[in-house]
Design a protein around this ligand. Sequence first.
Ligand SMILES: [Zn+2]
Ligand SMILES: [Zn+2]
Length: 147
Amino acid sequence: MKRNPSTATPNQLSEQLAATGFRSTQQRQRVYDVLMEKRDHPTAEEVFLRAKQAMPDISMATVYNCLDALVKTGVVRQVKIERGAARFCPNMHEHWHFHCTGCGGVFDMDQPDNACDAFPLPKGFKIDQFEIAAHGLCPACSSARNK
Ligand SMILES: [Zn+2]
Ligand SMILES: [Zn+2]
């Protein structure tokens, strides 16, 4: 079985939470599972609606709290696309995002190796991290438009 280092099993998740000083709770586990189940970069509100299906008692405030803990622990990242609500992504590999202007979907794109070299930076500048989103149409929206 191929192991993906960016995904945490329940035990790893509680270890990682503990390492950052957070308790592992059922709610945090559930919120993390929601993000892993469907990697479509949901907003906090979408996470809340999905988490509720298996955990009807969970509140929006708890979901915010869980997302915050997961982001601080470093197992989930927050993605901002333009002015929209923050979205959440459990893919911790370096990657970029593709935002579909047709359906509003957000998809992962691999960050090319040596991406830093491809940017015409002014002399002396150094990139630490990218926050890149491309905007366009996903295959479904682009074929719908061509009909
Ligand atoms: Zn689309
Ligand atoms: Zn992503």
